[in-house]
Design a protein around this ligand. Structure first.
Ligand code: OFO
Length: 182
């Protein structure tokens, strides 16, 4: 009896995702992993600025993006494809300011929503209803992520240049009032 790693895929293993869908899902793995990298860099920047709550929020968000990538990888492999671990580029180290951080987050999330919708559309064209169903979790998650980013930006707009307001915003994040969830 061979070790499973040596034996490779059983001959009977049937590929249940088309190459097109597999490639699109693998491309999304890269996007989610890249989001995780970007949020990690933002978290480090916030920590250096003394924004402990913002840093905690972003570290957690980075972990969640990694989980989004991992969930896709597991799904690709379960469906007879091969999930590929992507190479990642170095994200920017410095940010212009806290407002800029949350503007980029919103922009990033809007882009990810568009990408998820693109794969959902592809699944319908390919008649891959299983992957279509699997992706509904991501569709719901993106609504929540965009909502959260918009709420943060609204709060920061209200605060404007008020340092006391920023202190309270940061403290609220530290107490977990606005932590991401997914
Ligand atoms: Fe994975 O949801 Fe944000 O990017």
């Amino acid at each position: 009896m061979f070790h499973p790693a040596i034996r490779g895929k059983p001959q009977t293993a049937r590929k249940m995702v088309s190459k097109k869908v597999e490639n699109a899902l693998n491309a999304q793995v890269e996007k989610e992993a890249m989001s995780s990298q970007v949020y990690l860099a933002m978290a480090s920047w916030a920590e250096v600025q003394g924004l402990e709550g913002v840093a905690a929020f972003l570290y957690q968000h980075s972990d969640e993006e990694r989980m989004h990538a991992l969930k896709l990888m597991k799904y690709i492999n379960e469906r007879g494809g091969h999930a590929v671990v992507p190479a990642l580029t170095k994200p920017p180290k410095d940010m212009k300011g806290i407002m800029d951080v949350f503007k980029s987050i919103l922009q990033q999330e809007v882009e990810v929503t568009g990408e998820i919708n693109g794969i959902v559309d592809l699944c319908l064209k390919e008649k891959d209803y299983t992957t279509h169903n699997f992706l509904q979790w991501y569709v719901a998650e993106q609504i929540e992520e965009e909502r959260l980013a918009r709420t943060m930006l609204d709060k920061l707009n209200l605060i404007g240049g008020d340092k006391g307001g920023l202190y309270l915003f940061d403290r609220d994040l530290l107490s977990g009032a606005s932590q991401p969830h997914g």
